[in-house]
Design a protein around this ligand. Structure first.
Ligand code: SAJ
Length: 428
């Protein structure tokens, strides 16, 4: 199948990089978003999100005219739906954005078109939710238009590289659809393109993130066991990982972001009777912020009136994304316990959390503190010199929840340093 003009619905962390990458490969791309702020920012030539390298490419394709933005889909050869699938408070998938994106395609859907769903979705969404909506156009999926599910699998922080280099799975509602999907993505994908059916590719996406979630949960549980048994979990993991078939991940303050902390719930929702392990892993990772707060309290005593400096609020290093961030949850929890919290998040200094003072600079974030709590391994924090820091802050207790600070150097600079999961090297 040949493509000249495509329409991408949803210009977030996936839609915008995908739109820009297609546009930079010569396609005419109409990017659609219903958020006026997004439209305004892009019409001014600026990306509204931070992702390394994205600002430059967005500016270029907008300037050259290959990427245009619109509030509504227009006629095109292919439509890609890349809208969020959040969950409700009861952890059930909220498919309202997927539904309304599919509905917005109906008036402009034409014979011969290809429609791609990229949004992470519970199994059978393509067949049972998207297909019936698109068929309201009077056209039949498989006969009149092609329909595929092709999940994004890129790592925030490396999106532009991984979009091109990762293997891509394309699940068609039939073989012709899958092949049309391959024709589209082979415009820029250099990794292997694997064709399958739509439901398999929905499952593949959820399996990948669930696998990672379960593995992080076991690492977090190991950090708790190490605290109980007077062990340094980091040392224990590094020794265990010398086994040729063991690869334990890193414990930390919890699992955040909009993927791994959400996607396993789609399995739990769709088949609660079959997913006790997946469900428990979610609960372990969701309770890790509480574990960090308990550890913190053990170290500093009552939190009432304690001045705490938090370094990092993003859900992981070197991104500006704070969605579902365990660090934000920890900040809120400390406030509830009566602590006076100042937080410094270099990628989003203007973020707001009730009763948390947001610092504009590192110095401002650290001054007048009783204890410092490092929650995100941003490169900027990894490279901090403890001698310099000892001049910025009154705090002499630091808690490193992500294992990036060298214990000896911080001790030498006069700090009592405590690492998550390391009861062995703790003076306090
Ligand atoms: N984390 C740990 N310990 C680790 C690794 C991660 O606590 O050893 C935490 C991170 O700090 C973060 C969370 O887990 O809070 C998730 O981070 P991540 O880097 O593992 O993954 P995401 O959510 O940024 O991106 C994932 C990726 N999926 C997999 O690696 C299987 C990415 O490829 C997907 O495209 C993305 O989800 C997505 O959009 O689904």
């Amino acid at each position: 199948m040949e493509f000249n003009q495509i329409c991408i619905i949803g210009l977030g962390y996936i839609g915008l990089p995908t739109a820009s990458t297609f546009a930079s490969h010569g396609l005419k791309v109409i990017g659609v978003d219903r958020n006026q702020e997004v439209i305004k920012s892009l019409r001014n030539g600026k990306a509204h999100i931070y992702e390394p390298g994205l600002g430059e490419i967005v500016e270029k394709v907008l300037r050259e005219g290959n990427l245009q933005v619109s509030e509504k889909p227009v006629e095109a050869d292919a439509f890609i739906i890349a809208v969020p699938t959040p969950f409700y408070d009861d952890k059930k998938a909220d498919l309202s954005y997927v539904r309304s994106a599919a509905e917005s395609v109906v008036p402009v859907l034409r014979k011969g078109n290809l429609v791609v769903l990229e949004s992470t979705s519970p199994p059978l969404t393509t067949r049972d939710v998207v297909k019936p909506i698109l068929e309201r156009s009077g056209l039949k999926a498989g006969e009149d238009f092609k329909l595929v599910y092709s999940p994004e699998r890129v790592l925030p922080g490396q999106i532009l590289k991984e979009l091109v280099e990762n293997a891509r799975v394309i699940g068609g509602i039939d073989q012709a659809s899958a092949e049309a999907g391959r024709d589209l993505y082979s415009i820029f994908v250099k990794g292997e393109i694997v064709l399958t059916d739509a439901t398999t590719s929905e499952m593949v996406k959820l399996m990948e993130n669930t696998y990672r979630d379960v593995n992080i949960a076991i690492a977090n549980e190991f950090s708790r066991l190490a605290e109980r048994f007077g062990v340094d979990v980091w040392e224990a993991i590094s020794i265990a990982n010398r086994h040729p078939r063991v690869k334990i991940l890193n414990p930390g303050p919890g699992v955040g972001g909009h993927c791994i902390s959400v996607d396993p719930w789609f399995f739990v929702e769709s088949a609660p009777d079959l997913t006790p392990l997946i469900h428990t892993a979610r609960k372990v990772n969701d309770s890790q912020p509480d574990f960090v707060v308990t550890l913190f309290t053990e170290v500093v005593g009552s939190l009432k009136g304690k001045r705490v400096s938090i370094l990092g609020l993003a859900y992981k290093p070197d991104v500006d994304d704070l969605r579902e961030s365990p660090a934000v949850e920890i900040a809120r929890h400390l406030v509830e316990e009566g602590a006076l919290v100042t937080a410094f998040e270099p990628f989003k200094t203007d973020f707001k959390i009730e009763n948390v003072r947001m610092a504009k600079t590192l110095e401002e974030g650290l001054e007048n503190a009783d204890a410092v709590l490092l929650l995100v391994a941003h490169t900027q924090f990894k490279n901090l010199d403890p001698i310099v820091i000892s001049g910025y802050t009154t705090a002499r207790i630091v808690i490193d929840a992500v294992n990036v600070w060298n214990i000896e150097s911080w001790k030498k600079a006069g700090f009592n340093i405590v690492r998550l999961g390391d009861r062995k090297n703790r003076a306090l």
